[in-house]
Design a protein around this ligand. Sequence first.
Ligand SMILES: Nc1ncnc2c1ncn2[C@@H]1O[C@H](COP(=O)(O)OP(=O)(O)OP(=O)(O)O)[C@@H](O)[C@H]1O
Ligand SMILES: [Mg+2]
Length: 274
Amino acid sequence: MSGETYGDRGNKDRSITNPAGMGTAMPVKPGGHAHPAPGGPFLIGEAMTGGYGKGADILHGCTIAVERGEIAVIVGPNGAGKSTAMKAVFGMLDLRSGSVRLDGEDITALSPQDRVKRGMGFVPQVRNIFPSMTVEENLEMGAFIRKDDFRQTMEQVYTLFPILRDKRKQAAGELSGGQRQQVAVGRALMTRPKVLMLDEPTAGVSPIVMDELFDRILEVARTGIPILMVEQNARQALEIADKGYVLVQGGNAFTGTGKELLADPDVRRSFLGG
Ligand SMILES: Nc1ncnc2c1ncn2[C@@H]1O[C@H](COP(=O)(O)OP(=O)(O)OP(=O)(O)O)[C@@H](O)[C@H]1O
Ligand SMILES: [Mg+2]
């Protein structure tokens, strides 16, 4: 049950967290949005409204954020706009209103590539690897913005995901689902990001592989990289989350710590299967 599976991540340094955000899980009124911590979260997409091209708005004042040293998890039903919110934070959507800030700086107008240069790593939900390229080539592609020697980072990725070292000369498309997700996360780590965004890193993998991937993600978080991730496995994800966001129809339905959301009767009934 809660907490026991993954234990405590041991992040006791509350100086980097927001005491004001530690209340009970808060239902958010439609159109309302969560308020950032004093000093601001490390990465925040705040009050985002917008959709794809000239289509109808998908996001309606949606806010997602992650603090320094933390893991934030976004859950919600299919079609809620979780991936859209992630893409908006990464700059793949033209927002009609709202803003994105990284380390206090407004980056709303930056292209995705410029956001990568500023330290954002993003693993999208689909098409997150180059299947015909080898594992190693995928990692090299991940380092595309780097002009320096990235061998050491590649070694770190291989240490984190040993199976990738074994399969480094194999086409990434030949790997299993869980292994491919490791390639995708590894690729994103190659830029040495300051913050990592993962959209359903455990999609389509078995429960055992899911546990392993969560462990690796926790390991990455312990190196000090804040992680903002979308997860279909809501209960397990909230167990490792410092902060959780439940999105419904493009807006914030509930926001709280992972523990608060797991304990909230409404959240349990509606999104965690009771
Ligand atoms: N590229 C796109 N062009 C137009 N509409 C899109 C596009 N991608 C998603 N949508 C629409 O945006 C809405 C939200 O989709 P989104 O993929 O963000 O949901 P999600 O919460 O990530 O769902 P899932 O849990 O299935 O991944 C849906 O109605 C979807 O049809
Ligand atoms: Mg999605």
